[in-house]
Write a protein that binds this ligand. Sequence first.
Ligand SMILES: *[C@@H]1O[C@H](CO)[C@@H](O)[C@H](O)[C@H]1NC(C)=O
Ligand SMILES: *[C@@H]1O[C@H](CO)[C@@H](O)[C@H](O)[C@H]1NC(C)=O
Length: 223
Amino acid sequence: MRTDNRIPIQSTTENRTMRRHHTARYYAHRVKESLTTRVSKLICTIVLALLFLVGIISFILWLSLRPHRPRFHVEDFSIPALTQGSGLENAQIIYNVTARNSNQNIGVYYDSVQVTVYYQDQSIGGSPVLSSFYQEPKNTTIVAGTLSGDTLKLTNERWQQIMADRAGGQVVFRIDVVSVIRFKISSWDSKHHKMHADCPVGVGPDGFILPIYKDKRCPVYFS
Ligand SMILES: *[C@@H]1O[C@H](CO)[C@@H](O)[C@H](O)[C@H]1NC(C)=O
Ligand SMILES: *[C@@H]1O[C@H](CO)[C@@H](O)[C@H](O)[C@H]1NC(C)=O
């Protein structure tokens, strides 16, 4: 029993000494290790904070420099020949659409502008308007003109359909303004974009635009 008792005691003492040695080394190691982790954690935090800052700055720059597409509104549209009930020989389509550059600091180059009028998804005429021009920020350009003669392609059959619609109270057309534009951001010019403004427009039996279609904003898309 004594031997049995001594052996455990001895071994416990040995264990204690060993543990003390072990513990000292262990703590030295631990301190070193925690220092390394703390330094790497600090570096990680700094890098993440920098990334976050760069992200916020880019987001703000993007928000302030992001170009808005120009806004188009139908101001006026008429086919006087509808009132007169006359034939289509001298028919004219008179249109007036405004294009506004709503950007604060971004200009828009219009390289070309083409107006086409559709009736039941068939082109009934169109022509190029305006020569290429530069639109300053916060400026509005009037896209107005008349389609007649060569630029108006109405067949007798279509005219009959239009007259039938007129008897129903309104005739609906669609003005498609197609332009090729570039944005001017500071001294940098963007690539060319083909832009469509698609404006539905209805006229009454008198041939003049109906109030609900006036001053309406046209959907704009790029193709
Ligand atoms: C087109 O409409 C605008 C805005 O209503 C007007 O200021 C302008 O004089 C019109 N232009 C033509 C040619 O009708
Ligand atoms: C729009 O541009 C024209 C031509 O550059 C200029 O004469 C006019 O003053 C400008 N309008 C506005 C509101 O800046």
